[in-house]
Design a protein around this ligand. Structure first.
Ligand code: GTP
Ligand code: MG
Length: 373
């Protein structure tokens, strides 16, 4: 097995495999990839070439090796952290309404056409003092990537299904994302206040798909609710917390923060803004953050109610100001010790990205030529 970073040249690869570099280059040429000795190879080419010589490959991020060597947390430093709970389901089945009810807000009133178009991250403190971080996801079919991301950062998924409707395409998709991410599912069967609601029909349909709910002897927790009237919401929260408790979620608040970018954009007045979710450590104003190909010192932080905050601990979302660009949703962010290091990695990543896209273009055009011949 070859352990590789994203900075492997034809020459490096030849040395690792102990074969002449000319062999590597000619193998690349046979794949339609022209390379020079000191040119970096893309992962796909490396895989094929390595396989050709009987090697398996394992990619390790160069960042991790070079700069962001991640310290393991001492188990003694770990303390319980709030669960991250993502609400997913088909369009209009009541995700935002459920969160509005829990948070005592009226977000849907402000949504154009009532359709959620981005991931919202909310910090909620329940009556008993326990905290949950909720992610609201869009149900519209166009936002598959956002749902997948939501499922990836979450601890527990609430799949919400309107009882006056049916299991719909994005219901199935949401279930699949949760499964793929390996997170426990709690079903919320919504809109039971409606006369035409038929929660049992939904449970039957779930059973047909091999998701047998607990009250019918299965292993999936489910709760009938009305997000609008607040019926069953308390019980739903208890079931969610039960799943979360089993996971014994812990984090170390006393270290540099690491987490995920939920979304980012350019704001007219404030410059680049990013909503991030802290997954470990504590993020503080003044920290130097590296996210994707961008970096910057946090100038200000806000919670989801637009109030200034000084720091955000494990599982907490925050909107941060100060990055020099808009990282991609789903990018991992790290707090770095110094700005030079952050800048160096950011620009190296940018360079890699550029090289990668040039190479892809080249391959495409070679392909085109082949087709014409
Ligand atoms: P997307 O984010 O676009 O996928 O929709 P959503 O799942 O967030 O649905 P949303 O909360 O926006 O609700 C859609 C519609 O259903 C709104 O008109 C809500 O008022 C209505 N609704 C949601 N929950 C209930 C409920 O429990 N009972 C009734 N009667 N209506 C509800
Ligand atoms: Mg919504």
């Amino acid at each position: 097995v070859l352990e590789l970073t994203e900075f492997v040249t034809a020459n490096d690869l030849a040395n690792m495999m102990d074969v002449p570099v000319t062999d590597v280059i000619s193998t690349c040429m046979s794949l339609g990839v022209m390379v020079a000795i000191n040119q970096r190879l893309d992962a796909e080419t490396i895989n094929i070439v390595a396989e050709e010589y009987g090697f398996k490959t394992k990619f390790v991020s160069a960042d991790v090796i070079e700069a962001i060597a991640e310290e393991e947390d001492d188990p003694n430093d770990l303390v319980p952290r709030p669960p991250i709970v993502t609400v997913m389901g088909h369009v209009d089945h009541g995700k935002t309404s459920l969160l509005d009810n829990i948070r005592n807000t009226n977000v849907i009133a402000g949504e154009a056409g009532g359709i959620t178009q981005h991931i919202g991250a909310y910090n909620v403190q329940l009556n008993d003092g326990r905290k949950i971080t909720f992610l609201d996801t869009p149900g519209h079919e166009a936002f598959t990537a956002m749902r997948a991301r939501g499922a990836q950062v979450t601890d527990v998924a609430i799949i919400i299904i309107a009882a006056d409707d049916d299991i719909m395409p994005q219901t199935v998709e949401a279930i699949n994302h949760a499964k793929a991410a390996g997170v426990p599912i709690v079903f919320a069967i919504n809109k039971i206040d409606k006369p035409e609601a038929n929660p049992n029909k939904i449970k039957e349909r779930l059973a047909e798909m091999n998701y047998l709910v607990e009250e019918w002897g299965g292993k999936y927790q489910s709760q009938d609710i009305s997000a609008k009237k607040g019926i069953g919401v308390q019980e739903l929260m208890e079931k969610v917390l039960l799943e979360a408790d089993l996971l014994e979620l812990k984090a170390n608040p006393n270290r540099n923060a690491k987490g995920s970018v939920i979304e980012s954009s350019l704001d007219k007045g404030r410059g680049y803004i990013a909503t991030v979710l802290v997954q470990n450590g504590t993020l503080k104003q003044g920290d130097i953050v590296l996210a994707g190909t961008y970096y910057g010192r946090i100038k200000a932080m806000f919670n989801e109610r637009n109030q200034r905050i000084e720091k955000a601990g494990p599982s907490e979302p925050a909107l941060i100001l100060g990055l020099n660009g808009a990282p991609q949703a789903g990018d991992i962010f790290y707090v770095m010790e110094n700005e030079q290091e952050a800048r160096a990695i950011a620009s190296r990543r940018e360079q890699l990205q550029r090289e990668q896209s040039i190479r892809t273009q080249k391959l495409l055009s070679l392909d085109d030529i082949g087709r014409r011949i």
